[in-house]
Design a protein around this ligand. Sequence first.
Ligand code: MTE
Length: 316
Amino acid sequence: MLIKRPDDIPASEITDPELYRQRRRFLQQGVAVAGAALTAGLWLPDSVEAGTRLANVKKSVWRVDEPLTPYRHVTGYNNFYEFGTSKAAPARYAPKTLKPRPWRVTIDGECEKPGRMDIDDLIRPHALEERIYRFRCVEAWSMVIPWVGIPLGAILRRFRPTSKAKYVRFETLLDPEQMPGQRTRLLRWPYVEGLRIDEAMHPLTILAVGLYGEVLPHQNGAPLRLVVPWKYGFKSIKSIVRISFVERMPRTSWNLAAPHEYGFYANVNPHVAHPRWSQRKERRIGEFRRRKTLMFNGYADQVAGLYKGMDLRRYY
Ligand code: MTE
């Protein structure tokens, strides 16, 4: 199986004295950005080159008070199999071939107003928010990332989902020229993920267009990726080109590849082990000692109600 075991994480990824400095710098930048946030709702990056700062980003109340994972780890230690299976491959290769503009997104299926839109038209009506979320990979490492994005629910509502829309299915770009890993048979391409409609509409679920106040780097899923902070990272599909309202639970890439290892729900749950390793602890990238994994990644107060009455061992 492809997803690496926790012990495969190299020692070079641990202990990082720069972490606290980085965090302070970021918070200072944030104060400056907050001043410009009064005119939210504009989406005007001068360019979409990685490193371009996003204007008019408002700070959301959704911020965990934990040290941020340094930028170089967030953007240098990635899973993006369209560019290879090593953690370094996405940063090395994605900027060379992936072209985040022009970029069109199709919204279709069980809704009254389906459409195909340029990403800038999709984003422009919404205020950009910065949210600091924990991010827990199924491989038992985690990060704390300042995303810039928009609540997914606000975008979805514009397309008027019908009562038949029970799930939302997401699809990554399929283009082996831009994503050479799609020439392999590692996974079924395009990468597909899905959420139940109430999960998709939950206020914690966002579509991210940036991180650390900047346009989303290619390796993190430019120009548009999902972030669902209470679920394992593989739910957070990158470089999305299609969002479909569907009646039936979609088959997803990892679930198809290894159904007994990767369920549809993928809620972070320390009490349900992966078949090949425990999920009780995690290594926060940049820290030495492992931490305990929290139920729903620490977001239980917000999301546990979505799963009331469900056997979470069965629906893993
Ligand atoms: N999306 C696509 N299209 N392809 C992928 O391989 N990997 C997933 C998820 N989204 C993946 C993807 C996994 S396993 C994880 S942990 C996260 O992206 C990693 O996101 P990051 O590299 O921004 O940390």
